[in-house]
Design a binder for this molecule. Structure first.
Ligand SMILES: C[S@@+](CC[C@H](N)C(=O)[O-])C[C@H]1O[C@@H](n2cnc3c(N)ncnc32)[C@H](O)[C@@H]1O
Length: 401
């Protein structure tokens, strides 16, 4: 999107157009676009042809619809760019982080790489004054418009600059969310982030508190000395990892599960015991697994691993924990498709939920082979163990009969 077109959307005419597109659906697009181009011809702001104004409004309306998954109802009054919506931190995660900064007593923070302002807005809503920096001019205009649209403009100063040129002296904290994509796709080497990981670590250490976002798959050996690494999941999906500085964390790792929030710290327990599959199977949340805190789940469920390399915990007791889904097992058998098919038929099972770890099973393919039919449901968990692949049949604990 051109910056002039975006500015035109902020004029009275642009706002009226966006209001018309609040609820539009793809099948109305052609007729609606024709009508709007006609109606807005005499109104289009100087320098922007009416066709371009209408095109930009449709693009923005589509981006808003896409962004609802991240921002909920806020998305309807926010502004986006294509990259901005893809890279922005979702509201739930940004609010969690902002809450952590606020709890540390942070009052003034430099958000280096602010994008369209997903984090900046959440920080301001937590009462923190934010200097939001991005080097892309259009992105900065969008971030400014978002701060205004969501009523936090007074707490957010957006500056268009390279983060390397920002003096963070006098700030309580720095947060950096580097760009991890180029025109060629996702970047895996943290030194190829923009700005690179090493630069962001230095920046985070220059203020009393610091945090920086990295890919959830960051190798643990890249977590710098003295930092706390936090993995955050939202509704069971790991969204990001963040390196925190200055928090004086007693434990090196943290797994935070949203909504909740549930926050587990650890990472220093010895390797957990391994043993036979018991009555319950626990499937730890992805943030717990990434944070190497499966041992904490083993401990809290009085359990053991089913295999030293597989993140499934088993126990003879049901000890509910927010950090793992528990299944009550009815059968534990060597993996055998023919046998499974016979059981599915015999038990009149029409819905098969398939989970797997360490086994080369393709769930959709297996489900097709099983030909499920009937009123009943089963969860089948296939996993590799030292004794060969096993299939564990059961139900989410609490639902089991
Ligand atoms: C992942 S996005 C930030 C998303 C943001 N936290 C949010 O929630 O909306 C990264 C941003 O960093 C910006 N960026 C990358 N390198 C930069 C640099 N050296 N100086 C300033 N901004 C930079 C990009 O333009 C991009 O908008």
């Amino acid at each position: 999107m051109e910056i002039e077109s975006f500015r035109a959307l902020l004029t009275e005419q642009g706002q009226a157009l966006l209001a018309e597109l609040r609820e539009f659906t793809a099948d109305q697009e052609l007729a609606l676009a024709t009508r709007l181009r006609r109606e807005y011809r005499p109104l289009a702001p100087l320098g922007v042809p009416p066709t371009e104004l209408v095109r930009a409004a449709f693009e923005q309306a589509r981006l808003r619809q896409r962004a609802e998954a991240k921002f909920g109802a806020d998305a309807r009054s926010m502004y986006f760019t294509q990259h901005g919506v893809e890279q922005a931190t979702r509201r739930s995660v940004a609010e969690w982080r902002a809450g952590r900064f606020a709890a540390l007593g942070v009052k003034r923070l430099a958000d280096l790489c602010c994008g369209i302002g997903g984090d900046a807005v959440a920080l301001a809503r937590a009462g923190i004054a934010v200097l939001a920096v991005d080097r892309d001019e259009l992105t900065c205009e969008v971030a400014r418009a978002n701060a205004a649209a969501l009523g936090v403009a007074e707490l957010v100063e957006v500056r268009c600059a390279d983060v390397a040129d920002i003096d963070t002296d006098g700030f309580d904290a720095v947060f950096t969310d580097p760009a991890r994509r180029t025109s060629r796709g996702r970047v895996f080497d943290p030194e190829a982030y923009s700005p690179p990981l090493s630069w962001a670590v230095e920046a985070a250490r220059r203020t009393p508190f610091g945090a920086l976002k990295v890919a959830p798959g960051i190798p643990h050996e890249l977590v710098p000395e003295g930092a706390e690494a936090e993995w955050v999941s939202d509704r069971g999906e790991v969204k990001e990892a963040v390196l925190w500085f200055g928090t004086a964390a007693a434990e090196p790792y943290r797994a935070t599960l949203l909504p909740g929030p549930h926050s587990l710290t650890g990472g220093a327990l010895p390797d957990p015991p391994v043993g036979p599959v018991g009555r319950y199977l626990y499937e730890p949340d992805g943030a717990v697994i990434r944070g190497r805190m499966v041992a904490e789940v083993v401990e809290s469920t009085n359990g053991r691993l089913i295999d030293p390399m597989i993140a499934y915990v088993t126990s003879d007791e049901l000890r509910p924990t927010p950090y793992a889904h528990a299944y009550e097992l009815t059968d534990v058998l060597p993996y055998n498709v023919k046998k499974l098919k016979a059981l599915v038929k015999e038990r009149r099972i029409g819905t098969v939920v398939i989970k797997k770890r360490g086994a080369s099973v393709v769930p959709e393919e297996l489900r097709r082979q099983l030909k499920p039919a009937g009123p009943n449901t089963v969860t089948v968990i296939v996993a590799r163990t030292a004794a060969g692949p096993v299939m564990m049949l059961g139900q989410p604990a609490g639902l089991a009969m």
